[in-house]
Design a protein around this ligand. Sequence first.
Ligand code: ZN
Length: 275
Amino acid sequence: MTADRPQAWHWPHLTLLAVLPPFAWLTREHDATLALLGWLVLNVTLLAGAERMRAFRDDWRPEREDLKRDAGAWSINALADAIAGVAIALLGARLSAGTLDWPVLLQIVVGAWLAELGGYALHRISHGDNWLWRVHLLHHRPHKLNLANALTAHPLNALYDKVARVLPLVLLGFDAHAIVAITLFQLTQSLVTHANVRGRIGWLNYLIGSAELHRLHHSDNLADAGNFGTALPLWDQVFGSFRYQSPPRQVGVYTPQAYPGEHQLLALLAWPWRR
Ligand SMILES: [Zn+2]
């Protein structure tokens, strides 16, 4: 902990976390895709306003070239997300172990930790010297963090991340409402942890993921590297990759000259297959 940690509370994050349970409850009988879209619109609206009013760093505001890349990545990833959803439904229908007979609240808590374990494991492996890093590179290539590039990632990355998080829950027979609630939480966490909004969440950093923790994951300094869990820090704490220290000086990759430029979306998409 250091003195240069932002002192104001991260109200947009805390507000979204407070609104999430009633939102999940009120939309429980509605179509899950519609509920997810509604939640996405609400999150983006609040965080976009917060980025304008209380930016963490002025030099992280997106410019036209950034937005072009990010719009392209979001469009492709919407498709990847849909494909992952179909694959999960098909595999779930064939291989599910039945229905889990636990209270829904317990399923939400245990399911969120379990989903995070799948995401954590794949994410940590993706930061090794292997092919998955070539896939994950696109997410780390930008040298700023903001709402626009929160979901900027390779479609394969989006696909395997969703499968790793959701498929185990489906196979174990978790309640569909619990899975939707967990997905809403993960969406908020993905957006908030990248959004360029000033603020801290204090001791909550030991319980849930935050922008403070995730900016360190994107640092171009290896000493900061860690925090592979975006939604929850539990597995980072268990496996020794938890970092809670001064904000990074710079975000991006350690050796940018070794990779395609950060706005070369097509080259970054093709990077996993380039020699
Ligand atoms: Zn990463």
